[in-house]
Write a protein that binds this ligand. Structure first.
Ligand code: 15L
Length: 269
């Protein structure tokens, strides 16, 4: 995998990967609609709108691996979620297929499984339980990954990313479970790019947190060995005694769960 394209390269994770992958790949192609720092050696910086499949196809010419980070990273109005995370995500997979890309790494989210109860430790085989329109769009992106893997032989990794932050540390109690550090994020994506062969996988984007509720046992073969543990921040975070919203506290998706909520918590088993 020598030529790697990152969509959404101007975002927080995109900038982290850009700096971690400096000199690692023959070419790092960095696509976004937002402005980016000028290209350094081994980089190509380009403007591409994920809502326009022709722009994505042009950006993907000669690329071995796509890391698709582009899209809205939080809950939003349906039209925005649809245009960026459904149409935009379809465009990215389809452009990759048309351009003969071998591997596709999709930035999914823990919000694809947000309504699983937090008391349960979950692995990548649990059924989807999105907590928002945003979370449902990530389920769609994972399903498209399965489709393009099974139907067209694209090698696909879907990363259910937890909490990636700038600055690079957890700031509240839920993040003691969900935090992923910058170097662990870069390691996980690099393992997914470099691994010689897999068909389709789902992995949790989480550091080696003592309090994590997500198991990556199924994808041990990737060799992802996170270096950081949020526990180092536990004492100072818990000393603030901030009480989590009671609906948020019950579920993996945390504060996304109470958004617009008028359901019955007791029926969410
Ligand atoms: C996500 O998927 C979001 O992109 C990010 O803004 C955080 O909210 C994160 O999940 C989280 O669950 O903490």
């Amino acid at each position: 995998m020598t030529r790697v394209l990152i969509t959404g390269a101007a975002g927080q994770i995109g900038r982290c990967l850009r700096s971690a992958f400096k000199g690692v790949y023959q070419e790092l192609r960095l696509a976004d609609i937002a402005p980016q720092a000028p290209a350094q050696a081994g980089e190509t910086v380009l403007r591409a709108d994920i809502r326009d499949i022709a722009q994505l196809e042009a950006a993907m010419q000669g690329v071995d691996c796509v890391v698709h980070l582009g899209g809205i990273p939080v809950e939003g109005p349906w039209e925005t979620v649809r245009d960026l995370n459904l149409d935009g995500c379809y465009n990215a997979y389809e452009a990759a297929y048309r351009q003969g890309v071998k591997r596709f790494i999709f930035a999914s989210s823990n919000h694809a499984i947000g309504f699983h109860r937090r008391e349960n430790i979950i692995d990548s085989h649990v059924v989807p339980r999105p907590d928002t329109r945003y979370g449902a769009s990530k389920v769609f992106g994972e399903a498209l990954g399965r489709l393009y893997a099974d139907k067209h032989g694209l090698s696909v990794a879907c990363l259910r990313i937890g909490t990636f932050r700038e600055p690079d540390e957890p700031s509240e109690s839920r993040q003691l479970l969900t935090w992923i550090s910058h170097r662990d994020m870069a390691q996980l994506v690099q393992r997914c790019i470099d691994h010689p062969d897999y068909h389709y996988l789902v992995a949790y984007g989480v550091s080696n947190n003592k309090r994590s509720r997500w198991s990556n046992a199924d994808v041990d073969f990737l060799g992802y060995r996170p270096q950081d543990d949020s526990e180092a921040y536990a004492e100072s975070i818990l000393a603030k005694r901030v009480v989590e919203n009671p609906i948020a506290a019950r579920f993996h998706g945390g504060f996304f769960c109470p958004l617009e909520f008028d359901g019955d918590v007791e029926r969410i088993d």
